[in-house]
Design a protein around this ligand. Structure first.
Ligand code: GTP
Ligand code: SPV
Ligand code: MN
Length: 592
């Protein structure tokens, strides 16, 4: 066997040998993570057609990848958590017995790398020196996966050295297979610390460090070890006075995390500065003082392209003009990338490479993505590399709701905040295969990503006050309220900083809020609306609690929680009863 690279760790060596016997590649290549290696990967992908060059004058080192049209999003219906006991995976996951899943996957992987190279990617999730970082190795036959893992994780020699010292790592096996949706599975074995993914080359299905490891496997470990692995951005907000607060926000897929993580302050807020720590995943630990601290396990972004422009998100717009991989965008006559929401250029070829006139539907796929290293981001925070992470002042949940959910409200306590998180619902998006725009329950934005039973997960969240008296305040936001004509009531994007300011001021006990049954809401005078073109009627709609609708909502949340059966913590149900009782005696805003 033609092999480049090896390891001194026998467990890892044996596993790689074993996988190569099953998959039968021509060659084995251990990735070192160097820039030369990345350049060589790109060269090979240009040669074999996996990538094509975009306009190198205006988009230097930017490349386009077109997925198989059947393989453009996560596949939740083909994603499984394989625990020994089915109830441990919970109603929130698809489950398969580990033995059955293994025999299914063994059959798929048999000989699947014949004639190809098997890449071994050692990676570190989290700063390489961080006590909170975790290791993994992904084996794949996809060059696209290797290149994306290079941008998204700390991969290569440094990670391998730490794996060899620690001896513990998550084993991820991936093959693109035939890209046949009938032969596609994403299997997780949290008890074995392993992941097996076959038949998809797309982001969350194939870049195993991301959702598979850093959320599904990590959340399972985190429950046992007393920490949290969450679908959250991490952002630092520095005031003109130089005070910086860090907040962590959980919004479902394609609901605004990347945008909020790198927002550009509006002109009306001079002197404010945003620092991006992470745009998708946060690992949260209590330190010895009981302070919740966050690290971002990733080191790059796999972000939604449509909607990005110099007005909505100038940082993202600038950051993808160099050293980026685009997946499933359209292209212009000048061979620049193009997408819906881009304010310049016109598309010539759609995301499948067809002339746009002949194509029906969007020119760029609604789930088209960019991959960039985090250091491309103009608002990148150097504290991203801090081994201890950053202290978190507030946790913010959110969803995409045309109706009902106010612009912002604050939970009354940690336990109430857990209920607020458990009650998150959001309209589905193109990030996952299936219907778009249907409201579904997505507790803590973790429905597709929690690697164990949600009932146990809520208990775990509720256990934090036993270990800390200094927990962050919890909030809920909704940037997506619309009127009957489909117009957004709130301008969103940079203007969201006005809401973040209220959140921080509430944490610092220096802003007012009005107590309602569902939590504290700002009054018009509590949020600085200067320079904003928003009518009083719209602001009122954004900050009013519709008691009847909320009574229905809380009942629906109650039914949803009850569907998890006996394992649901009684404390969560008590919180729900409290809110329902309060709603029954209230008349909206100002009612306790
Ligand atoms: P994942 O990467 O799938 O986890 O998504 P995400 O949560 O990072 O979402 P992202 O920031 O990429 O935003 C998704 C879509 O929502 C994009 O098309 C954005 O333009 C749009 N969006 C983001 N923030 C806002 C906002 O404040 N208001 C409105 N109206 N749209 C927004
Ligand atoms: C998401 O769907 O939440 C994403 C993209 O961040 S993926 O990497 O596919 O999970
Ligand atoms: Mn995400």
């Amino acid at each position: 066997m033609d092999t480049v690279g090896t390891t001194s760790l026998s467990e890892l060596r044996d596993w790689v040998d074993n996988i190569s016997q099953i998959t039968d590649p021509d060659k084995i290549y251990w990735c070192n993570g160097s820039e030369d290696e990345y350049a060589e990967l790109i060269r090979q992908m240009l040669a074999d057609g996996t990538l094509s060059e975009l306009n190198q004058e205006t988009y230097p080192n930017c490349y386009l990848h077109r997925s198989d049209p059947s393989d453009v999003a996560r596949v939740e219906h083909l994603t499984f958590v394989c625990t020994t006991v089915q109830d441990d995976a919970g109603p929130n996951n698809n489950w398969m017995a580990p033995d059955e899943a293994h025999s299914k996957m063994d059959a798929l992987f048999e000989g699947c790398m014949r004639g190809r190279t098997m890449y071994v990617i050692p990676y570190c999730m989290g700063p390489i020196e961080s006590p909170y970082a975790r290791l993994g190795v992904e084996i794949t036959d996809s060059l696209y996966v290797v290149a994306n893992m290079k941008l998204m994780t700390r991969m290569g020699d440094a990670a391998l050295r730490r794996i060899e010292t620690e001896g513990r790592f998550v084993k991820g096996l991936h093959s693109t297979g035939e890209l046949d949706p009938e032969r596609r599975f994403i299997m997780h074995f949290p008890e074995e610390l392993s992941i097996q993914s076959y038949g998809s080359g797309y982001g969350g299905n194939a870049l195993l460090g991301k959702k598979c490891h850093a959320l599904r496997i990590a959340s399972h470990q985190a429950r046992d070890e007393g920490w949290l692995a969450e679908h959250m951005l991490i952002v630092g907000i520095e005031s003109p006075e130089g005070e910086t607060h860090y907040i962590a926000c959980a919004f479902p897929s394609a609901c605004g995390k990347t945008n909020l993580a790198m927002l550009v302050p509006p002109d009306s807020m001079p002197g404010w500065k945003i620092w991006t720590l992470g745009d998708d995943i946060a690992w949260l630990h209590l330190d010895s003082e009981g302070q919740l601290r966050a690290i971002n396990p990733e080191s790059g972004y796999f972000g939604v392209v449509p909607g990005t422009n110099e007005n909505t998100n100038k940082n993202a717009y600038d950051m993808v003009t160099h050293d980026a991989i685009f997946t499933n965008v359209a292209t212009t006559d000048d061979n620049e990338p193009w997408w819906e929401g881009k304010t310049s250029g016109t598309p010539a070829l759609d995301w499948q490479g067809r002339p746009v006139e002949a194509a029906n539907g969007k020119a760029a796929h609604p789930n088209s993505r960019f991959t960039v290293a985090a250091t491309n981001n103009p608002s990148y925070s150097p504290l991203t590399e801090h081994p201890e992470g950053v202290p978190i002042s507030a946790i913010v949940f959110g969803g995409r709701r045309k109706e009902l959910a106010p612009l912002v409200y604050q939970a009354k306590s940690w336990a109430h905040g857990v209920l607020v998180g458990a009650g998150v619902a959001s309209e589905t998006t193109a990030a996952s295969v299936g219907d778009v725009g249907v409201v579904r329950r997505d507790p803590m934005a973790m429905k597709p990503f929690c690697g164990y039973n949600f009932a146990d997960y809520w208990s775990h969240w509720l256990s934090f006050p036993e270990r800390s008296e200094a927990l962050p305040d919890i909030f809920h936001v909704n940037w997506f309220r619309q009127d009957a004509e489909g117009r957004f009531l709130w301008p969103g994007f940079g203007e969201n900083l006005r809401v973040l300011k209220w959140i921080i001021d509430r944490c610092e006990r220096r802003a007012d809020g009005s107590e309602t049954a569902i939590g504290f809401l700002p009054m018009a005078e509590d949020i600085d609306l200067s320079g904003l073109d928003i009518s009083q009627a719209d602001f009122d709609a954004l900050t009013t609690v519709d008691v009847d609708a909320w009574t229905n909502e809380m009942s629906a949340i109650g039914e949803y929680i009850d569907s998890y059966g006996d394992r649901v913590p009684p404390a969560l149900k008590r919180e729900l009863s409290t809110v329902l009782a309060s709603l029954s005696t209230s008349n909206g805003k100002n009612a306790a």
